[in-house]
Design a protein around this ligand. Structure first.
Ligand code: ADP
Length: 286
């Protein structure tokens, strides 16, 4: 690697020292801006195909930095597909392709030059069913850090900070060596959030993160989302409209692979502009 390449590689790596320090101070290097958010991710006429089956049609959407964007709509309408396009998780499914554009901070996500591993570090994901690794609580969070080359002396600090950010530290600090799978469902989901946060993402994608949880665990995840948006850009798929109304700043309504309507959450739920949106939010279908 030439010298400029080496510098670039170093600069693109997370700064772990900052990570642990800012977290201890309770702040982050990218605090929420005042006023309207900046566009973090923009999709332009995004279409997506599984073989010949078209799952998304011409979706154009701006996702704003340090805001929570909820994606709602009936099952099978392309919400998860859209989410997985944003960090190219769909790449691992054979015989699929995307058309249109996805720009993150202005850079083309689908460009052959995109470093997909780095993209997935920046755009983390939390799934519907908590999926801790069959390892200790500590190792679940440490795993991605080790892969990203964190110094041994920093590891314990960053694991602690990540667990704190995921509002789990107080519940697990005395049992970090026990398996992640021994935790309750809600705790496992917060462990998966800590794991995603450990590598310092900029965007967090959440695919129905509380649909497998009881109401108390769900409330904890919703509180956590409110705290996390100060530091991260969050996109959440939810089939629960009350949840979308509670946690999100912006909502997009998907139907049959199209983004029918999007806008500020309150506006979309109180004065929807399209009849299909109104029919859906008033429970006439879905
Ligand atoms: P939603 O998240 O709104 O429930 P999905 O994005 O999961 O919708 O699905 C959108 C469409 O894409 C559906 O018709 C679904 O059957 C199809 N689909 C989703 N995942 C796959 C896959 N791995 N292979 C083939 N088709 C898929």
């Amino acid at each position: 690697m030439d010298q400029s390449g080496a510098t670039e590689a170093r600069e693109s790596r997370p700064n772990w020292t900052n990570h642990s320090l800012v977290s201890r101070l309770g702040r982050n290097s990218h605090a929420a801006p005042d006023g309207p958010g900046q566009v973090k991710i923009r999709t332009e006429n995004l279409s997506f195909y599984y073989g010949k089956v078209q799952a998304l049609t011409d979706v154009t959407l701006d996702i704003l930095e340090h805001r929570v964007t909820a994606l709602i709509g009936p099952s099978g309408c392309g919400k998860s597909t859209f989410l997985r396009c944003l960090n190219r998780m769909n790449d691992i499914i054979e015989n699929t392709h995307a058309e249109g554009k996805i720009l993150m901070d202005g850079a083309d996500v689908n460009s052959p030059d995109t470093d997909v591993v780095e993209l997935r570090r920046k755009v983390g994901m939390v799934f519907q069913k908590p999926n801790p690794f069959p390892k200790s609580i500590f190792e679940n969070v440490a795993y991605g850090l080790r892969i990203n080359g964190i110094a041994k002396s920093e590891l314990a600090d960053v694991v602690e900070c990540s667990l704190r950010q995921a509002a789990l530290w107080d519940e697990v600090r005395d049992k970090l060596k026990t398996p992640g799978t021994s935790l309750s469902g809600g705790q496992q989901q917060r462990l998966c959030i800590a794991r995603a946060l450990a590598v310092q993402p900029e965007v967090l994608l959440m695919d129905e993160p509380s649909s497998a949880l009881d109401p108390i665990a769900t409330a904890k995840i919703e509180d956590l989302i409110q705290q996390l948006k100060e530091h991260y850009t969050i996109v959440i798929v939810t089939h629960n409209m009350q949840q979308a109304a509670r946690v999100s700043d912006y909502t997009g309504f998907f139907y049959l692979g199209e983004l029918i309507e999007e806008g500020p959450t309150e506006q979309l739920f109180t004065t929807p502009g399209k009849k299909q949106t109104e029919d859906y939010i008033t429970g006439r279908f879905g």
